[in-house]
Design a protein around this ligand. Sequence first.
Ligand code: HEC
Ligand code: HEC
Length: 463
Amino acid sequence: MAAVPTDRHARTVVLPLLAVAAAILLQAPGPAAAETTAERGYRLLLTLPLVPPTLTEAEYFDLWQVWPEPQRAAAAAAPPAERRRMLLERYGFQETPDRPGPIPQQFTPDGKGNLSENCLSCHGGPVGGKVIRGLGNSLIDLATFYEDVAALRAARGIPAVPWPEGVPPPPESPVRGPNNAWGGAIALLLLRDRNADRTDTLQFPAPTPEQMFLPTKTPAFWLSKRKTRYYADAFIGKSHRDIMQFIASFAYSGEQIRALEEPFRDIYAWINAVGAPPYPGPVDPALVQRGRLVYLRDCVACHGIADSYPERVIPVAEVGTDPVRALDMPRDFKLHLGEGWFGMDGATPLYPDTGGYVAQPLDGVWATAPYLHNGSVPTMWDLLTPSERPKIWSRSDAGYDHARLGVEATAHAEMPADLTDPAERRRYYRTDLRGFGNQGHAYPPAGLPDADKRALIEFLKTL
Ligand code: HEC
Ligand code: HEC
């Protein structure tokens, strides 16, 4: 079960926190001198708002007021700590020991009562109920969150900020976990020129609705250090500027974005320094030895091992996984990104036509389920057994399946008919939806005997 935050927990952190605050004040202006660039980068994610406020702190803690019944009544009757837990659970947010207090790691406060969504909304997540630094958030449900924020504001008569004319709106994901970060990024870049300045005219042809919806799972940051290129299709060389596209809010001037370049050097340093978490259970050494041989025979050519990582991109036609992310991203967007300020004015290598998916390094792979670029396969056993992968599945938030290696999932023959709360529907992964297919990656093509799968899984725990 997830660690439930309690008031007792809150009290035990208050005193050390005061001591830390006092220590920081005493040696103002800077924090502890021993902090590395990477540590500073991680601290900045939790303390420096990088985008304009998303909502107020008071609005966040009031969101339960617009929930459907019976959730609303349950929240109304719950003690504060329990209501806090219900908020976290509905949206797939978490509190973090790295910044104690009731504000989820997904937001950065500005000290004036506002919260800005931060990179950890998608790039901070738990496995087995424990928050792991740098892990993608497989529970995130931004669709439900933004719907609830809109409903709360509407109920309070606060007008919505108008969406810019001519920019196709990016849909949120109908399934929690995989998200449409790309739809958002493409929309933002449509109104940025080559210098990253805000414009009112589209900078490349408006994408089709299909091109605005590219659901993707959030990869673990600890893979970054092994890579020279980013994203599921490895379309661009990695750099601190490229990832600044994700803060290009319509409300920011180009100057405001460029002024954040220094913090992003630190954030980028952290992304390339964070390590993979060790598997938390026991392993069987003899089985690991056998599994290692299977890995060296059937997997290593694409995924590499330790420092020897080939960064191979396999065409969709060959790997056979869902084609949407690799084939439907607008080419004009990639060119605009690569040629402009975010692409170092063309100096960042661009590969706009890979037409395939990169075979990720498998460091810490025990923690990165559900698997594949769209998070469609709940466990390693399912990945290694293509014909039996579940077509509709749900999962527990905090459970872990050590035998199958992955999330604790339940397969369903069909969608339950009685789900009226959209948040409940999004808890079911539906592989028949566009972009959410679970086919392909049948390696080795003839399949593995169960004994080999078990040995391979034991070996994969040690990566
Ligand atoms: C709405 C969710 C979301 C937010 C917010 C977000 N990301 Fe991401 N990020 C993703 C997804 C999804 C991918 C995978 C995209 C792909 O592979 O095509 C990704 C990929 C990346 C990668 C590439 C990793 C790799 O190994 O290829 C980096 C680096 C990254 N994001 C950094 C950031 C930073 C820095 C921020 C904050 C400024 C941020 N992201 C905000 C969802 C998000
Ligand atoms: C021919 C190259 C190739 C071989 C061989 C191969 N893979 Fe992959 N693998 C890929 C590619 C490409 C992807 C990305 C596909 C996607 O996400 O759609 C991938 C994705 C994965 C993922 C998903 C990673 C994640 O975090 O979601 C896992 C796990 C994986 N492979 C394990 C294995 C194992 C174990 C073997 C050996 C039995 C293996 N692969 C053999 C190319 C290969």
